[in-house]
Design a protein around this ligand. Structure first.
Ligand SMILES: [Ca+2]
Ligand SMILES: [Ca+2]
Ligand SMILES: [Ca+2]
Length: 252
């Protein structure tokens, strides 16, 4: 009986083992029968953007560009008038273009205070500084012209009427002159084309001074002979108080 029981127990044990084994196998089979994994889920959204970096420092200045090349030369100007066109009423206080020389200097002054001479058309004139016996004072201008010219000026004189003269010259040759008392007188003289000098000299002899012993010049004008319309180089009518250095024939 014991053996039988033992056998039965053994069988029972075997059955249990078989059961366990079968279950295990079934479990294995069942497990081995699972389907394939599903697809992965979609990727999650990206994280927030990082903060911007700090700005870089300014770059260094670039080097200066090279200078541009010179522009082309402008066109030549039109030829100017070939004659002098000069006028000076000395109201601006300038004696431009004049060369002064002699024993004193010229100055620009109101005639009322220097010579007691008045004229409604003029305020100031060129006046010679004081000189003594046997002295002179002069001024000159250089003219360059391809055309003949006319020189005009106004003059006052107060001097020893025989002997102390204002004299005007063309290229150091006397044109004429005046001595005595009076003015203003308007004089006109001719200057040929070319390079010429004109000059005005107050020249005293060796003795005696009368009046204010000086001369006044004003309204000096130099123009083209052909355009002035002035071809009358005759002397003005002068009072007996004024003497011409030399009488001239009128050149009408
Ligand atoms: Ca004047
Ligand atoms: Ca004097
Ligand atoms: Ca004199």
């Amino acid at each position: 009986m014991n053996n039988l029981k033992t056998k039965q127990n053994r069988i029972s044990t075997l059955e249990n083992v078989l059961r366990v084994t079968v279950i295990g196998l079934l479990t294995t089979v069942l497990l081995s029968c699972e389907g394939p994994d599903g697809p992965e889920g979609p990727i999650g959204p990206a994280g927030p953007q990082g903060t911007a970096g700090v700005d870089g420092q300014d770059g260094t200045n670039g080097t200066n560009g090279t200078n541009g090349s010179n522009g082309s030369d402008g066109q030549d100007g039109a030829d100017g008038n070939s004659y002098e066109d000069y006028f000076n009423d000395f109201e601006e206080g300038s004696a431009a273009g004049m060369n002064f020389y002699g024993d004193a200097t010229w100055f620009i002054a109101n005639k009322d205070i220097t010579g007691g001479v008045t004229d409604k058309d003029v305020n100031t004139a060129l006046v010679n500084g004081d000189i003594g016996d046997s002295q002179l004072i002069g001024l000159s201008l250089q003219l360059n012209s391809e055309i003949d010219q006319v020189v005009e000026f106004d003059a006052w004189i107060s001097s020893e009427s025989c002997c102390d003269y204002l004299i005007w010259y063309v290229n150091n040759v006397e044109e004429n002159g005046i001595a005595g008392e009076g003015g203003p007188f308007h004089f006109t003289f001719y200057v040929p084309a070319g390079t010429d000098s004109i000059s005005f000299i107050y020249d005293k002899d060796g003795s005696v001074s009368t009046g204010t012993d000086n001369t006044h010049l004003d309204n000096l004008r130099i123009t083209n002979y052909s355009t002035t319309g002035r071809k009358d180089f005759s002397m003005p009518d002068l009072p007996t108080s004024v003497r011409l250095l030399k009488e001239r024939e009128n050149k009408n």
